[in-house]
Ligand binder design. Structure first.
Ligand SMILES: O=C(O)CCC(=O)C(=O)O
Length: 260
């Protein structure tokens, strides 16, 4: 799977691209089928919401499950990532952000590089975040909000918020968000299950609470160029994996042996 010239130019202009229903309903069902057992595991890599105790994010999944070990090497993720970020990419982070019905809490306005840089010493904003919707994402179940073009100014000022949610995050000041939104507006990332998002490391984004009765799980894979690997190792392995070998893509039907 290759991105078209038009998709590459959208990515350059907006900082993200949305690829509707790139994964089939069967593939999504197979991925979702692995989640209850993973969420039930007692591990620091399952981080629960501050209130309510629902799993907020389940991390390190390719080390915990065979299907996810295949998914991080899926050519529909790896090939477009290579087109944008170069041939040699390592698996930096693998998770499902759950955003449970009624209980899923917000992700504050942020961009990923602030955390990658401050916490992990990643030198440059070259990583890509690749998402697969595991539920239909609608305006009401906590979609991501992107500020198109917010990546163009580079790394915005950020501060470390350890209080708002159970997940410490480098977040962007409200004044900066207001300025960026005045220029770029806000685009909610919506779509059917199986839709893929690719967004860059300095794109400002966030997502609201899920007040709806509908779950909103999203798989997230961060790939980073091998030459841009982390230089600080304070965070646990499941937040930034330390195998810096370049990921090799599998065949397009690589999930099927786990499905049948
Ligand atoms: O899952 C969400 O709503 C937020 C995800 C996010 O901010 C990220 O993957 O960087």
């Amino acid at each position: 799977m290759q991105l078209t010239t038009a998709q590459l130019s959208d990515f350059d202009r907006d900082g993200f691209v949305i690829l509707p229903e790139l994964f089939s309903a069967t593939e999504v069902a197979a991925i979702r089928g692995e989640l209850p057992a993973l969420f039930a595991e007692t591990t620091d890599a399952n981080i629960v919401e501050k209130a309510g105790g629902a799993v907020r994010t389940a991390m390190g999944l390719h080390r915990r499950n065979v299907l996810f070990a295949r998914l991080v090497r899926h050519p529909r993720l790896v090939a477009p990532a290579r087109q944008i970020a170069g041939p040699d990419l390592y698996v930096q982070q693998v998770k499902v952000n759950v955003k449970a019905a009624f209980d899923g809490e917000a992700w504050q306005w942020h961009y990923d590089f602030a955390t990658h840089h401050h916490d992990d010493g990643v030198p440059a904003p070259l990583a890509l975040n690749l998402h697969i919707f595991l539920d239909d994402v609608v305006p009401y179940n906590g979609p991501l909000y992107f500020i198109p073009g917010s990546h163009k100014g580079g790394a915005a000022p950020a501060w470390h918020d350890t209080a708002s949610t159970s997940y410490p995050l480098w977040v962007v000041e409200r004044e900066t968000v207001a300025d960026l939104v005045a220029r770029g507006g806000i685009t909610p990332a919506l779509g059917k299950a199986g839709t893929v998002l690719i967004f860059c490391d300095t794109l400002v984004h966030g997502s609201p609470n899920n007040m709806s009765p509908w779950d909103r799980a999203i798989f997230s894979l961060i790939l980073n160029p091998v030459g841009n690997a982390q230089t600080r190792f304070a965070r646990p392995e499941f937040k930034h994996h330390t195998d810096f070998s370049a990921v090799e893509a599998l065949a397009d039907d690589c999930l099927h042996s786990e499905i049948t």
